[in-house]
Ligand binder design. Structure first.
Ligand code: ZN
Ligand code: ZN
Length: 122
């Protein structure tokens, strides 16, 4: 499929936008190295990653705006989703802790409102 797909996800508690996930076609100006690219924004900064391999499951997850399906494809593409709660939370409802290795940023962990811990960003 030549067109991109986009989905937005809202917080289970406050209904604020928790994140937008878009599959950019290779021809999109923001696509990385002219490859199909996934773009995750409105959660923490903007994350972009080149997609390789089959995109069918990813496209289906975005078409249905299904955070569980998106999480199954790649956990870090649904950083706003808590699998244990099976809910989406916005940035304000996650407590996010960056981890530094020496002085360099390494990754971020988050705690959902039910205190489940997950890797948010790597
Ligand atoms: Zn949770
Ligand atoms: Zn919220």
């Amino acid at each position: 499929m030549a067109t991109g797909s986009k989905a937005t996800f809202h917080c289970a508690l406050c209904n604020e936008l928790a994140g937008s996930v878009e599959l950019l076609p290779a021809s999109h100006p923001e696509a990385l190295s002219n490859n199909p690219t996934i773009s995750i924004r409105d959660f923490i900064g903007i994350e972009r990653e080149v997609i390789s391999g089959d995109r069918g499951e990813l496209q289906a997850a975005l078409r249905e705006a299904d955070p569980a399906a998106l999480y199954k494809v790649e956990r870090l593409w649904a950083p706003f989703y808590c699998a244990e709660c099976a809910r989406v939370y916005c940035r304000r409802h996650w407590q996010i802790f960056p981890v530094y290795d020496e002085n360099f940023y390494d990754c971020s962990y988050g705690y959902c409102p039910e205190n489940h811990k997950r890797l948010i960003d790597d």
